[in-house]
Design a protein around this ligand. Structure first.
Ligand SMILES: Nc1nc2c(ncn2[C@@H]2O[C@H](COP(=O)(O)OP(=O)(O)OP(=O)(O)O)[C@@H](O)[C@H]2O)c(=O)[nH]1
Length: 231
């Protein structure tokens, strides 16, 4: 990543903010806005799979083209989404995929309520590492964490080395919802975060008359294809 990456000197400060800062996300009576301590979404996956770009696409509707600057430690952004007429505020943490920051990432897993686990469809190793990421998630994250698998960079159809069916098969094996995305074109990016927001809202609000939201069904709204020509 990233224009918004942290310098290492900033990391202790952020760690402190995050550890104490959860109070900032306690439910508050903002008009028409569902702000909760239970809306922390974390992006994980190998370095270079596009976590920062996915977040920037979602937050700002832009694509970070050009040279690739790896995330240092962890960074976060907030975004308010309107879900079924209710505003839901997500705090999204962008983690560093590089091995040397893994212990930093481990420290944050336990606070995450949702995880978006990414691989890059043009990078087989990033797909092969998904099982190791799942093992790590199992070890460090909350048992009931909302999890979604994303195959990113589908706009690069000519460089694709991981077939859609392989992503689907792996996701099915682990019972995890799956989508293919492109941070470059924007394909399915909003949809992925909306699915997470809906699930978190549903879990937190527990409205007795609201029909149960089914994340697995919702991801079927995914637009298939490379998304190469959308932007
Ligand atoms: N074609 C294409 N390139 C992408 C896409 N997403 C990211 N990239 C490129 O992939 C490279 C890495 O993107 P980042 O978002 O910085 O990757 P990251 O997962 O945050 O990497 P770390 O910070 O090291 O963990 C950059 O050169 C991006 O421009 C995408 O959807 N399509």
């Amino acid at each position: 990543m990233s224009q918004m990456g942290l310098r290492e000197a900033q990391m202790p400060q952020l760690a402190k903010t995050s550890a104490n800062g959860l109070a900032d996300f306690e439910p508050v009576a903002e008009r028409n806005c569902f702000v909760s301590s239970k809306n922390l979404v974390m992006l994980v996956g190998d370095s270079g799979v596009g976590k920062t770009c996915l977040l920037v696409r979602f937050k700002d509707g832009a694509f970070l083209a050009g040279s690739f600057i790896s995330t240092v430690g962890i960074d976060f952004r907030n975004k308010v989404l309107t879900v079924d007429g209710v505003k839901v505020k997500l705090q999204i943490w962008d983690t560093a995929g590089q091995e040397r920051f893994r212990s930093v990432t481990h420290a944050y897993y336990r606070d995450a309520h949702a995880l978006l686990l990414l691989y890059d469809v043009t990078n087989k190793a990033s797909f092969d590492n998904i099982q190791a990421w799942l093992t790590e998630i199992h070890e460090y994250a909350q048992q009931d964490v909302v999890l979604m698998l994303l195959g990113n960079k589908v706009d690069s159809a000519q460089d694709r080395v991981v077939k859609r069916e392989d992503g689907e098969k792996l996701a099915k094996e682990y019972g995890v919802p799956f989508m293919e995305t492109s941070a470059k074109s924007g394909l399915n990016v909003e949809l992925a975060f909306t699915a997470i927001a809906k699930e978190l809202k549903h879990r937190s609000m527990k409205l007795p008359n609201e029909p149960k939201f089914k994340l697995h069904d919702y991801v079927k709204k995914e637009v298939r294809g490379s998304g190469c020509c959308r932007s």
